[in-house]
Design a protein around this ligand. Sequence first.
Ligand code: SF4
Length: 688
Amino acid sequence: ASMREERIEKTKTVCTYCGVGCTFDVWTKDRKILKVEPQKDSPANGISSCIKGKFGWDYVNSEDRLTKPLIRKDDYFQEVEWDEALSYVAKRFNEIKAEHGADSLGFIASSKCTNEESFLMQKLSRQVIGTNNVDNCSRYCQSPATKGLFRTVGHGGDSGSINDIAEAEMVITIGSNTAESHPVLASRIKRSQKLFGQKLFVFDLRKHEMGQRADRFFQPNSGTDLVWLSAVTKYIIDQGLENRTFIDKWVNSFEEYKESLSKFTLEYAEELTGISKNELIEIAKEIASVDKLAICWAMGVTQHQLGSDTSTAISNLLLITGNYMRNGTGAYPLRGHNNVQGCSDFGSMPNFFPGYEKVADDEVRNRYEKAWNTEIPAEPGKDNHEMINAIHEGKLNSLFVIGEDTGIVDANINYVTAAFEKLDFFVVQDLFLTHTAQYADVILPAAPSLEKEGTFTNTERRIQRLYKALEPVGESKPDWIILQDLANEMGYRWNYKHPSEIMNEAASLAPLFAGVSYDLLEGYNSLQWPVERDGTDTPLLFKDGFPFKDRKAKLYPLDFQLQYSTNEEYDLHVNNGRMLEHFHEGNMTFKSPGIVREMPESFIEISTELAEEREIKEGAEVKLTSEAGEATGIIHITDRVRGKELYLPLNANGKSAVNYLTDNRVDKDTNTPAYKEIAVKMEVIKKK
Ligand code: SF4
């Protein structure tokens, strides 16, 4: 081969975008990304990928990458050497801890970083600082789904694999724009529908692609999914269509649960959800008649004040119909970010150590205290939402945020950025000078997935390795190295030479990962947790019952009160979600020219009826005002939304960021912001 060809390299990596966890070979020459090629050995995607996985990588070579640490001096940022940056951070952390106590510091990990980096972030927080104030962005999306599953079946993850969804006789998706948010997973569903006649029922506010493809599409009123789910469950039980054998053997609290359903009559559900009685009966009969049902859901369910309860209602329905413990059945919360599953799994949570063991449990805490030669508080720490509130109350003085544009993605950004301004000391570690980083005192330049080794865990609990394809740009470093350097600067002796050693430590401490090792994860190999000591993994959860003492699941009684509605002044409801081409706040995708060409700007969707009623033309510019703030954007008229429903892609940044409109309302059980509960008024500022 010529010299030129010799410099071409092929490296296995894992997609950095959504939770499907596609894996590919990336071909590089120097820093140039030549192509991204899925492999038939890729467990989640085979030879498929979507536009983001295929073309969304150029951001790694963006001119905007941070290449040196920055310290704020007066009103501008000055480039400094790593030594100066780290000793400054260490000194300020120590001072703040000495003055206000360990709990006056907070840590936010990143679901775009690796499992090993999440492990080190919570170790930094718990061992080096001595606080449980550590959380991650699953608080913004998936915590309610995890909560609903913990309550009922004891594990918060997907019940089976993506393959199981493809094998189900019937798939229901609720509040999930699957074709755009989890494209490769959606294509598996589309294929099963076409090849095996898999039934697809879609419930959503917006008639997106999956809504159009569905065998049946329903548009329940916003925030009422719990009601139709419970009414359908009640009808199934009332008609004696429940799975008696399964319930008798595997399920507790049936009678108590059944009583709690009394209010969920068909009439009540019809009135609240807008789905007719007849339709509810059809849905119930269809569900009761199939042998294998899988239910997928996402942020349309979770980002409500009753997000955890609605997730619980999904699990209750699956239990009543015996749709757990078999291939092709189960609960599938679709994780958003590539590593939103792993970031929580590996302990960056205020109430859990790695593997979801409670910090309040003495036996568990002693295990970590012994291993790390330290004392860890028994009280759970503050979650993201509580940290922001605590800053406003003067109880949290320092924040360290990794790879998260909190000032755009958290709800009510005017409130969040006002909190940033009150901090005594703020450190941001990221690839770019993000909106959030502009409020920082110190910015540490990190390296993206292509420039480091580690593991990610996808939505089906699958742990997969990524390998280094490129050297970190400039003086940027992988997050695990920065965290280690910082811990050592603060007087500790962390000595990980490779992320595999971090994984070994996690495996030795957390039973959920007991048998995980880099050897077993070599190349395209993967492991789905729990992983036993001998390396046996668990594609299908709940093989021998549920992880409770008597191995039985629990039905969880629920109530319902409507949490919010539009009113005379704020008369429109704003829904929001992803679009195919962009990801999240767009820090990566808007820096990838291949993607920006396809989808250069964001938009506000309104219905044809509303456009006619208010005489608004396509392309007009409007201002939306909620009780929390205002946003502006360009109108797109569509029949995907109906009546007084608006839709705003959450990928918008700048003036159309949806979080100028969201407020401080949260899910009552997890503090996940109720992003989907926004009432606004609209005025045209520029006619077309
Ligand atoms: Fe990446 Fe998700 Fe697209 Fe797969 S489906 S390529 S994981 S963004």
